[in-house]
Design a protein around this ligand. Structure first.
Ligand code: URA
Length: 434
């Protein structure tokens, strides 16, 4: 099989066979096919796409490029949750303990943040001592014991994706549905759970800026998951403005702790309950989603979700006294209000720009080697739809450098739109694909 012929075939819009797709992925993973040929192929896929059968083969070949976790020794229906990325997204920190406290096994591999989006693993490191690198055995043992474990992605999980993603990043071929499907679903399938609930974000702070593109991606991932024999659903959620009020690592962790104690922002809780109801339905514990929601509300009210969070942090070696006393988190040196220049209603708080402002403060990374400043970030004082008066703070910048705070302030001012006429709050749950 000549790589040249396979590039030519896709360039002409023809279908690649299962054998050809495995040849490409295996050859790229072991280094026998060079970057320049894969780059050309990626661009051909970008323009010509892949049908569902090709996408499935691509996903399976990428899954098979590394280790596939065997979670069969965990009792019950194992469920994973994945977000395609957002700003202020602390959903896993809240949702995981809630549904684990109800008895749903949460076996979750999470990533670190990159660019304007945050990562769960970084946030969990806010608890001193928290171990983000569990061995497979410890991971399985923990889920059996306390129903929840969250670990960083094992190095040998879908190694083809690591190489391909890095190449897509520099060849302008990230935003193509078949390639995103292969990338996300290969990792989800290698992670070995029985069911997957996808949070496909839509809007300014998301990968997919429009509902149509997000729906196409959601449908594609659900198709592949079903073909692979998994229970799977995707929920499209709005990411035009940040989720909740807090953006930045410690600030988001504090918001998550408050949410588990019953003081969660409305939008965050809406996403948590929608994803959670689907997870609980898949688990078989409660298939009526309205009743599943009541179970989750009860877990917050009676303290069992918060207690589960404390148990989970302690089990993984973290200092859970921070969860019991949020004043223990080190604050940033400066807290600076960004005041409104006019009165009216908030029409937009663009999520991507706010995420980038937080990154400018030191709260995010440009490359995987960057070190994050855990204490910086932004606390919104208003959400889209709120009334605001002149000089009232739109948000508060938490910074360790005045210089960086000034740059962040400029970025936030450009991201916020205030108009005289009233404006509705955003619709959060846009659609569901099952
Ligand atoms: N997240 C991934 O893991 N892969 C993609 O291609 C896009 C988002």
């Amino acid at each position: 099989m000549r790589m040249y012929d396979l590039i030519e075939k896709k360039k002409m819009g023809q279908e690649l066979s299962t054998e050809e797709i495995y040849h490409i992925i295996d050859g790229y993973t072991d280094g026998s096919i060079p970057d320049y040929q894969i780059s050309a192929l990626l661009m051909a896929i970008y323009f010509k796409g892949m049908n569902v059968r090709e996408r499935y083969d691509l996903t399976m070949a990428m899954r098979d490029s590394g280790e596939i976790l065997d979670l069969s020794s965990i009792n019950g229906v194992k469920i994973d949750k994945h977000s395609t990325g957002g700003v202020g997204d602390k959903v896993t920190l809240v949702l995981g303990p809630i549904i684990a406290s109800i008895g749903v096994p949460v076996a979750k591999m999470s990533g670190r943040g990159l660019g304007h989006t945050g990562g769960t693993i970084d946030k969990l490191e806010a608890f001193p001592g928290f171990n983000v690198e569990l061995s497979d055995d410890d991971f399985i043992h923990q889920v059996n014991d306390i129903k929840i474990a969250v670990t960083g992605q094992s190095k040998n999980l879908a190694p083809a994706d690591k190489k391909l993603y890095a190449l897509r990043d520099v060849t302008a071929t990230v935003d193509e549905t078949s390639l995103i499907t292969g990338s996300i679903m290969s990792k989800k399938l290698a992670a070995g759970t029985d069911a997957i609930v996808l949070d496909v974000t839509v809007g300014d702070g998301a990968f997919m800026k429009t509902k149509d593109k997000a729906l196409e991606l959601a449908q594609s991932m659900v198709d592949i998951g079903k073909r692979a024999g998994k229970k799977i659903a995707a929920i499209l959620t709005n990411m035009d403005e940040p989720l909740g009020y807090a953006i930045g690592n410690n600030l988001e962790v504090i918001e998550a702790i408050n949410a588990l104690r019953g003081n969660g922002p409305k939008d965050l809780m809406e996403v948590v309950y929608s994803l959670g109801a689907q997870m609980i339905a898949f688990s078989g514990i409660e298939t009526d989603k309205a009743k599943a929601r009541l179970l989750m509300e009860k877990a917050i009210e009676d303290g069992s979700a918060f207690n589960k969070f404390v148990e989970f942090i302690e089990y993984q070696g973290g200092d859970a006294s921070f969860a019991k006393d949020i004043n223990k988190f080190k604050p940033a040196k400066y807290i600076i209000p960004v005041k409104a220049n006019e009165a009216g209603y908030v029409h937009a708080i663009k999520a991507e720009a706010v995420g980038l402002a937080s990154m400018t403060l030191g709260g995010g990374r440009e490359t995987f080697d960057d070190v994050i400043d855990m204490s910086v970030g932004i606390i919104l004082n208003k959400k889209v739809g709120d009334a605001i008066s002149l000089d009232e703070p739109i948000c508060f910048i938490h910074a360790n450098s005045m210089e960086k705070a000034k740059v962040a302030e400029e970025m936030i001012r450009k991201a916020v739109s205030i108009k005289a006429e009233k404006c509705d709050e955003m619709t959060l749950i846009i659609d569901t694909v099952e």
